[in-house]
Design a protein around this ligand. Structure first.
Ligand code: NAD
Length: 159
């Protein structure tokens, strides 16, 4: 899995460390408008034993150049909210699947634009809502599916 990461502040750096712990993940490119943040992340990748990733630090729109690379399967985005939708769309248009930090977007219009872009490009856009996949959440989900809390009320009955 070849990754690009946009936004390596608090959350992005933490997630980068998680990505680096997964076998067969290769971080090829990192973008942050603050050069020191990108350099720090670049060093993290190198220290993990991987090849030095290329950095994109030339202003707020340099992510567009990262998204044009042809060696990225997935682009993870952990920037401030206003950037989420344009970055996810650029990622998908460039051919990668996108992973967006929460909240994914600010408006319903942005949601629709992301859906349209995903359908057009046939790329996924996933909201990285960690609470859906945490230990406790998956535990309870499996308990519900195993019927430990009784039957789920019929949706049709409620309507
Ligand atoms: N899922 C979670 O549990 C969780 C936890 C914390 C934060 N978040 C989300 O993660 C995102 C980032 O939060 P954070 O706390 O890491 O913020 P942060 O300010 O620490 O990091 C944001 C980074 O994005 C960079 N950035 C800003 N604009 C950019 C641009 N145009 N191009 C490239 N880089 C740019 C900043 O320089 C910074 O390094 C937010 O959407 C936040 O809601 C999610």
């Amino acid at each position: 899995m070849r990754l690009g990461v946009i936004g390596v502040g608090g959350r992005g750096t933490g997630m980068l460390s998680n990505f680096l712990a997964i076998p067969h993940v290769q971080v090829n490119a990192i973008c942050d408008s603050v050069k020191e943040h990108a350099t720090h992340a670049q060093e993290m990748v190198e220290k993990s034993g991987s090849k030095r990733p290329e950095t994109y630090t030339n202003g707020e729109h340099d992510y567009e150049n990262l998204c044009k690379r042809d060696d990225l399967d997935f682009i993870y985005i952990a920037t401030p909210w206003d950037w989420h939708a344009p970055m996810a769309m650029a990622a998908m248009k460039g051919g990668a699947h996108a992973g967006l930090e929460v909240p994914a977007v600010n408006t319903v219009e942005e949601c629709q634009q992301i859906v349209d872009t995903s359908e057009k490009t046939r790329r996924h856009c996933m909201i990285m809502e960690n609470c859906c996949y945490g230990y406790s959440e998956l535990l309870v989900l499996n308990m519900v599916r195993a019927g430990m809390f009784g039957r789920t009320p019929s949706r049709r009955g409620r309507l």
